[in-house]
Design a protein around this ligand. Structure first.
Ligand code: NAD
Ligand code: MG
Length: 391
């Protein structure tokens, strides 16, 4: 029996993981499930999967969690510290699917125990890629990509030598506003940006898809995970979301990965790796799909891409600043303080404003370093939003 934990079990990725595990309960021993505000879901899944412990990020809800688990023998814990401590409980396979920078510390801690970490939390690679990859190497741990594009690249690389790779192309749906006139984007609402044409995902990542901040994050992830130079990473708009990524080799061949837009594919691949197992995802009928479209992203529509490219070139602390500023800008947009197109402006201004105080290209030596940079960038981004509101 394999032991597994799911960090961020109540979210979109977490629930898809729970779904796969619940289909084969005899094959897995569930150690820990974690969540935040959705105590009912967390407790119900902990009971259903017979988990050892359930942890909520929200300390004020510990009583509720205890009450929901009363009589089941399942332990309950709460708080940021508990989310990291639970990563010390041995598990063969751990899903890292907390959203945002909060997902970094628990996943990082799990690597110390040589586990296999299925990494959905893209912020980990964007903010602390070199540290994370080094920690895995130091402890003989394995990181498997769960972001669909990176899982696709990973699969296209099976049996290949990185020396033969010329380029990596990740596709982008273009998000919910891709066909809007450029001038209308400034007025897009949270509801407009929060509707995705192909994927069912959490609200934050769906808005990040519309702005292509998500793709920007994924460019950085690609650089960090596969160790490939920024100028060899491309992105192309592919409205159907059927081709998830392509790898170009030195002989000109392109290996593409195609699959239904269902995250259970990438999660299932990471769960069963290096094997392939039957997965409950729909099969593609190419004749019905008929055409696969591709087009270049318009830089004016998606300023996040150029910002991400600058971050890839700079490296060091700039990824942590980019991510933190993006999170604050997203909060600002969701909270109605700034417009849709102003999110990129906040990130751009934050990178500029912070650079006299912080050497963006210098590398980070510890998780504390990352968190310090993250806090500084959040404060700077918050100040930028306040300034923009005044003007
Ligand atoms: P989500 O918002 O649906 O779920 C997030 C999970 O994190 C929930 O379990 C929530 O309780 C928990 N959480 C929220 N705030 C927390 C905090 N401060 N501390 C601890 N836990 C907290 O998000 P999601 O869409 O499942 O995405 C999870 C991660 O996977 C993100 O990093 C996202 O970018 C990445 N990802 C998601 C998809 C997708 O299809 N949803 C695809 C690729 C990558
Ligand atoms: Mg993705």
């Amino acid at each position: 029996m394999r032991s597994i934990s799911i960090f961020g079990a109540t979210g979109s990725i977490g629930q898809n993981t729970v779904d796969l595990i619940a289909r084969a309960p005899d094959e897995y021993r569930v150690v820990a499930l974690t969540g935040a505000g959705n105590i009912e879901r967390l407790a119900a899944d902990a009971i259903r999967l017979r988990a050892e412990i359930a942890v909520t990020a929200d300390e004020t809800r510990l009583g509720d969690l205890r009450a929901a688990l009363a009589g089941t023998g399942i332990e309950a814990a709460a708080g940021e510290g508990a989310l990291v401590e639970v990563a010390d409980r041995p598990a063969d396979w751990i899903m890292s699917a907390i959203v945002g920078a909060a997902g970094l510390a628990p996943g990082f801690r799990a690597l110390r125990h040589g586990t296999t970490l299925a990494l959905a939390n893209k912020e980990s690679l964007v903010t602390a890629g070199p540290l994370l990859m080094q920690e895995a190497r130091d402890h003989g741990a394995t990181i498997l990509p769960v972001d669909s594009e990176h899982s696709a690249v990973f699969q296209a690389l099976v049996g290949e030598d990185m020396g033969a790779v010329e380029r990596i192309i990740i596709t982008a749906s273009g998000g919910g506003l891709r066909d809007w006139p450029l001038e209308a984007l400034a007025k897009a609402t949270v509801a407009d940006a929060g509707a995705h044409p192909n994927w069912a995902m959490g609200q934050r990542i769906t808005i990040d898809s519309a702005s292509m901040f998500n793709k920007g994050m994924e460019l950085i992830e690609t650089k960090e995970f596969f160790g490939i130079a920024p100028d060899r990473i491309e992105t192309v708009i592919h409205p159907q979301s059927i081709v998830h990524a392509l790898v170009g080799f030195v002989d000109g061949a392109l290996m593409a990965h195609l699959g239904a837009p269902d995250m259970r594919h990438a999660i299932g691949y990471a769960l069963h790796w290096p094997d392939r197992r039957d997965l409950p995802v729909s099969r593609i009928d190419l004749a019905q799909v008929a055409t696969l479209e591709f087009r270049a992203p318009d830089p004016a529509r998606y300023p996040a891409l150029a910002l991400a490219r600058a971050v890839m070139e700079t490296g060091g602390r700039s990824g942590a600043v980019f991510n933190a500023a993006k999170e604050i800008a997203l909060d600002g947009f969701i909270g109605g303080r700034i417009g849709f197109m102003q999110m990129a402006e906040v990130v751009d201004r934050t990178l500029d404003a912070i650079s006299p105080r912080l050497c963006l290209s210098s590398s980070m030596s510890s998780l504390e370093d990352v968190l310090e940079t993250d806090h500084m960038a959040r404060d700077t981004a918050t100040a930028q939003i306040a300034q923009m509101e005044k003007s």
